[in-house]
Design a protein around this ligand. Structure first.
Ligand SMILES: NC(=O)c1ccc[n+]([C@@H]2O[C@H](COP(=O)([O-])OP(=O)(O)OC[C@H]3O[C@@H](n4cnc5c(N)ncnc54)[C@H](O)[C@@H]3O)[C@@H](O)[C@H]2O)c1
Length: 351
């Protein structure tokens, strides 16, 4: 497996592979950049098809974290952990402790938090081994905790800004929103959308999460194979990445894409395909920054919940600026956001 020539390598500062024979832990921590601060980024536990797939995910996600924190003004660089889930390494307090020791071994260059497949309770176990962790139970800090609900708040506000830009009004009453994935973020987003009067179509591959959505809210359940292509006004991807590509984009019917999932575009070219189809795309790492804003304030300390809410309420303003720059320059929103992020990091490097 090539690393330095990997298409997603993008000058990562370091990539560390961890293994612990007692617990079966196998993990990768990719640190893309520490220019703007310690590399902040959650850890994802997922059953990857191969080590190569896990590496690709770690590299893409960690670069996304650099961009996300840069644009959101969070004092973090970018990094990401992935734990390779397998039957030989069941989730256990010991496995979490082993991951905590791995984070500690990086000496503070990487600050972890929860992502897909991880919980606040897992972070508490990680915290027993290292201080380089955020997203802890609220009792241990003032602002912060589980980043999921804060991410959902930012996505909701960002989705409204995207709808306002595309349709001239941010009134969601009667608007049809298709939500892919009703996990931590997707479910909370659905609650906000329902409150605002939107009509919800949802899909999930996890029956328990789907049942929760169905029992709590008036939703129409759509098959996971169809949710991207359903007849909706807004598509909110809140599952995994790599869903927007040359195959899926021509079939999407929604005019706005605004959701939480990281790395929604398969390649940079896919941003252009969306623009050509007239679909307004809210760049994922801009709209889903609520979680890292929360983790950043929690980690650096001294912030109140009011500070956190105020910071998250600035997400729509940033998105609108990106939409405007995209429209006036005829460039995809994803390209505009990437250019912003690179400029902020370059300025940080020169400071
Ligand atoms: N949690 C956060 O604070 C946060 C912050 C930023 C970005 N994100 C991103 O948002 C997305 C969701 O995060 P989360 O914390 O809600 O994770 P989660 O694991 O709680 O929820 C994800 C849901 O998506 C479902 N899913 C997976 N594949 C699917 C498919 N093909 N079709 C339909 N459903 C599918 C899962 O079953 C699960 O219910 C992820 O991409 C994550 O990286 C999360």
């Amino acid at each position: 497996m090539s690393v330095f020539d990997h298409p997603e390598f993008d000058d990562h500062e370091s990539i560390t592979w961890f293994s612990d024979s007692d617990t079966g832990l196998r993990a990768i921590v990719a640190i893309h950049s520490t220019v703007l601060g310690p590399a902040g980024g959650g850890v994802r536990r997922w059953a990857y098809a191969s080590d190569a797939e896990a590496l690709t995910d770690a590299l893409r996600l960690s670069r996304g974290m650099t961009y996300k924190s840069a644009v959101a003004g969070v004092r973090f660089g970018g990094g990401k952990g992935v734990i390779l889930a397998s039957e030989d390494a069941p989730k256990s307090p010991e496995l979490m402790a082993a991951f905590g020791r791995a984070v500690e071994a990086l000496g503070g260059r990487y600050v972890t938090a929860e992502d897909v497949g991880m919980t606040v309770e897992d972070m508490r176990l990680v915290r027993e081994q290292t201080a380089y962790v955020s997203g802890l139970p609220p009792v241990e800090q003032s602002a912060g905790g589980d980043p999921g609900p804060w991410t959902a708040m930012g996505v909701f506000l960002g989705l409204k800004a995207a709808v306002a830009f595309a349709r001239g009004s941010d009134d969601l009453k009667g608007l049809r929103v298709a939500v892919q994935g009703v996990g931590s973020v997707g479910m909370q987003l659905c609650r906000y959308l329902n409150e605002a009067g939107a009509e919800l179509q949802v899909a999930d591959v996890n029956a328990r999460n789907l049942d929760r959505a169905r029992s709590e809210l008036p939703v129409t359940v759509v098959s996971p194979d169809d949710i991207l292509y359903t007849d909706a006004d807004v598509l909110a991807p809140c599952a995994l990445g790599n869903i927007l590509d040359a195959d899926s984009i021509p079939r999407i019917r929604a005019g706005v894409i605004a959701g939480a999932a990281n790395n929604q575009l398969s390649t940079e070219d896919d941003g252009r395909l969306l623009t050509e189809r007239g679909i307004l795309y809210a760049p994922d790492y801009v709209i889903n920054a609520g979680g890292i804003i929360s983790c950043g304030l929690e980690y650096h300390g001294g912030a109140s919940e009011a500070d956190l809410r105020e910071a998250i309420h600035r997400i729509p303003e940033r998105l609108t600026k990106i939409f405007e720059e995209s429209r006036s320059g005829g460039r995809p929103t994803s390209e505009v956001a990437d250019a912003w992020a690179r400029r902020i990091v370059a300025e940080g490097a020169g400071a």
